[in-house]
Every structure is written in structure tokens, then in C-alpha cells.
Design a protein around this ligand. Structure first.
Ligand SMILES: Cc1cc2nc3c(=O)[nH]c(=O)nc-3n(C[C@H](O)[C@H](O)[C@H](O)COP(=O)(O)O)c2cc1C
Length: 147
């Protein structure tokens, strides 16, 4: 019952393979310096890549990217197949069609039960005039005005 946006965290594995997963635990922490936080399940295959990389990207999904969210939360072998993206710092994938991208320096990590908490510093960002994709009560939603 806590409404969030949806992000896809992307990076490169040590062999250069692009890696990503859908994440809604993302949040802002500090403005000065600009820090963000998110948590990663310890049991996921993507763990090594995110622990070892120097940079990763936060791709903030837009309202018409529900299929991108589903794809990066699935067991699909190649999450990136058929998608287009630009390369950020260290070649990290910046997916096309998002509301915003943050390029983040991998900072400290903390144990968080069955998850690992990642604290990172934003080194570059871009925003685009698109509505965000929302998640609430296990379902995808859109913004709607109050009145
Ligand atoms: C809306 C949504 C939010 C998610 N948020 C997180 C998250 O914050 N942290 C996390 O570790 N997994 C999160 N997941 C789950 C991962 O996206 C998913 O388990 C993972 O991509 C599956 O990887 P695999 O195919 O390699 O098993 C979320 C999934 C969905 C649908």
C-alpha cells in the first residue's frame, strides 16, 4: 500500500555483458552530496555485477514502459534483446523512452537481511518530459490529477 515509481537498474558485468533488473526500492537520500539508495535481493544472479561495477544507471520508467518493467523482472535470458539504449559512463545502458536517467558511482553497501543496500553518488542525470510509471498494490498505475 505504498505507491512508488519504477526503475530499472543497469550496469555491465565484468565481461561487458549488460545487466539489469526492475527495482522499486529506489529513493533519494541526500542533496549535498547527491546520494541515492536502493536494495538488491542477495539471491539474484545480477548481484555480482552490481557489487563489482564502478558505476550503474537508474532508469526511471515512463508510463508507457510497463513491458520494460515486466521484462526486467522476469527470467528472460536476455533482458536487453530488442531494446535501444545509449551508453553512459563505463558503457552503462541508458534505456530509451525513460523519464529520467541517473548515472551513479557505486558507493558503500550495507547488509540488510536478505537484501543488500546500495548507497551511490549521482554523477550525471538527464530528465525528459514524460509521465512516470507507478506501482501500487501489486499493479501498474498512471498519474491522475486530484480534481
Ligand atoms: C515492481 C517491482 C519492483 C521490484 N523491486 C525490486 C527491488 O527493489 N529489489 C530487488 O532486488 N528486486 C526487485 N524486484 C524483483 C526483480 O526485478 C526480479 O526478481 C529480478 O529481476 C529477477 O531476476 P532473475 O530473472 O535473474 O531471477 C522488483 C520486481 C518488480 C516487478
Amino acid at each position: 500500500m505504498f505507491a512508488t515509481g519504477i526503475t530499472v537498474m543497469t550496469t555491465r558485468a565484468a565481461d561487458g555483458t549488460p545487466v539489469g533488473l526492475t527495482v522499486n526500492s529506489f529513493n533519494a537520500v541526500s542533496l549535498d552530496p547527491p546520494l541515492i539508495v536502493w536494495s538488491l535481493s542477495r539471491h539474484l544472479a545480477q548481484r555480482d555485477a552490481f557489487e563489482q561495477c564502478k558505476h550503474y544507471a537508474v532508469n526511471v520508467l515512463s508510463a508507457d514502459q510497463e513491458s520494460v518493467s515486466r521484462r526486467f523482472a522476469s527470467k528472460t535470458p536476455d533482458h536487453f534483446s530488442g531494446l535501444t539504449w545509449d551508453e553512459g559512463i563505463d558503457g552503462i545502458p541508458l534505456l530509451h523512452g525513460c523519464c529520467a536517467h541517473f548515472e551513479v558511482r557505486n558507493g558503500v553497501r550495507h547488509e540488510g537481511g536478505d537484501h543488500l543496500l546500495f548507497l551511490g553518488e549521482v554523477v550525471r542525470f538527464q530528465r525528459f518530459e514524460r509521465d512516470p510509471l507507478l506501482y501500487f498494490g501489486g499493479a501498474y498505475r498512471r498519474l491522475a490529477p486530484l480534481a
